[in-house]
Design a protein around this ligand. Structure first.
Ligand code: TRP
Length: 456
């Protein structure tokens, strides 16, 4: 059986805080190390645009959150780690889901409804100042989840309704078009939902009560010193129940440390002393990551490369699945006729299968062969009859070939051009050589015949 897929995203609208770390990032990384699941972690930067109109902030937050995952020990080679906006299949799927999403259901989404209620209470037009992105937020989120067939989605309580909606859209789509989508399940970690902020309420950017994860030591210390406590004097026994300080301590302590602190509370530890202990505990865990974080922030080139690789890996799954979904709804190759009308589903024939069945050689899929020669990485493009169309130049890294092939595949031939004798370019990048007696047009039509699920 396939491994269970666990998927979660963090919106790139702010600076990561202790609550994000203890609540989402730390457990996610621990789970990814257990190896019995496939993990999908992504930066929800399209979602950030719903609330943030400041481009510098979106970019900075994306950098910070990516650096946080990596500094906290995420191994991008063992998980799928990517940036939402690098996956064009997500907005593409969003539209297909938009067309099965009940508008009435979206009207009842908590975030949208709260905005409408506020307006109504103030005697304004119900939709005053509400952008359609807020309204569509649950559909975009459903696309994030359904595109990768996630089984489990760990989120905070406030996201439960979004998961219900994702299941609703998936079920409607499956009902109409066949069983394409996995219905995702929400996973709520109770200990996570309750990590308190400085004022004792849930730590959240919207309450302005957060402790930044990678604040410099001095700032971390003074934030911790400002945690709200009661007025019990040193020597007076203190209660752990309802104490934000204790809960924060517990979130970073092992069992023995937590027990010792519980005893210290009973014995009347001074608040100042308890806060100093909390600072020492948190800093001892954060300090090594902080160093890594700072060095990553200074090297955005590295993070950018990791994310681009992640997108290539994620799109290996997304692209063929999206092709299946396009086919299911009827966005099809017009040459591919005589298909069963209403039985579309994962078992419906793909374009090349249909071509093979009808013996119509003109729509046999093209193929790309990657190979290695004299220490360099190359690829060839062949048409459906096996005729050579193009031979690439040699690249130093397999990854460069992978990226170029993916781009070529996506381009459908647009952006291809000749320069010099037989030199072929894709945009600004050298591609290789056009084979004898063929043409750019032949390449474009070969690219158009790619199998719905052919892996380039
Ligand atoms: N809406 C989520 C939040 O605010 C972030 C998010 C976007 C997400 N897409 C997702 C979470 C998909 C899980 C799965 O926390």
């Amino acid at each position: 059986m396939d491994k269970q897929r666990v998927l979660t995203g963090i919106t790139t609208s702010g600076t990561p805080h202790l609550g994000n770390y203890a609540g989402a990032i730390r457990p996610a990384i621990a789970a990814s190390h257990r190896g019995n699941i496939d993990s999908f972690y992504f930066l929800a930067d399209y979602h950030a645009l719903v609330k943030v109109q400041d481009p510098v902030r979106v970019q900075r937050s994306t950098l910070e959150i990516a650096a946080t995952w990596l500094a906290a020990g995420l191994d991008p080679n063992t998980v799928w780690f990517y940036r939402q906006s690098d996956i064009p299949e997500i907005p593409e799927l969003t539209w297909l889901l938009t067309c099965v999403a009940g508008k009435g259901l979206l009207n009842r989404a908590h975030a949208y409804k709260a905005a409408v209620d506020r307006n109504t209470a103030e005697g304004l037009d119900p939709d005053a100042g509400v952008n359609a992105g807020l309204f569509m937020y649950p559909v975009l989120m459903a696309a994030d989840i359904l595109l990768f067939k996630a089984n489990k989605v760990p989120v905070g309580r406030d996201q439960v309704q979004h998961l219900e909606m994702a299941r609703d859209f998936a079920a409607r789509f499956n009902h109409l078009h066949g069983p394409h989508f996995v219905l995702p399940e929400v996973v709520i970690d109770e200990s996570v939902a309750t990590l308190p902020g400085l004022d004792g309420r849930k730590m959240s950017k919207s309450y302005d009560n957060t402790i930044p994860l990678f604040a410099p030591q001095k700032a971390l210390r003074s934030a911790i010193m400002s945690i709200v406590t009661d007025s019990r004097a040193p020597g007076e026994p203190k209660q752990v129940e309802g104490s934000a300080l204790f809960q924060l301590y517990q979130a970073f302590a092992d069992r023995d440390q937590a027990e010792a602190m519980r005893q210290a509370f009973a014995d009347g530890i001074a608040w100042g002393e308890a806060k100093a202990a909390l600072y020492g505990l948190i800093d001892s865990q954060v300090a090594p990551m902080r160093e890594k974080y700072e060095s990553l922030l200074a090297q955005p080139i590295e993070i950018e490369a990791v994310l681009r690789e992640g997108a290539i890996k994620a799109r290996k799954l997304a692209r063929p699945f999206m092709a299946e979904l396009r086919d299911a709804v009827g966005l099809r190759d017009l040459r591919d006729t005589g298909r069963p009308v209403a039985s579309a589903g994962p078992t419906a024939p793909t374009a090349p299968q249909a071509a093979a069945a009808t013996g119509d050689a003109s729509i046999k899929p093209a193929s790309i062969k990657q190979y290695r020669e004299a220490g360099k990485f190359h690829f060839k493009l062949l048409d459906g009859q096996g005729k050579l169309l193009l031979t690439s130049t040699g690249f130093d890294a397999a990854r460069d070939v992978g990226q170029l092939v993916a781009r070529l595949h996506d381009s459908g031939g647009a952006g291809l051009r000749h320069a010099g004798a037989a030199g072929l370019y894709l945009g600004e990048d050298v591609l290789g050589e056009l084979a004898a007696d063929t043409s750019l047009e032949a390449i474009a039509s070969a690219l158009a015949t790619f199998a719905a699920d052919a892996d380039p």
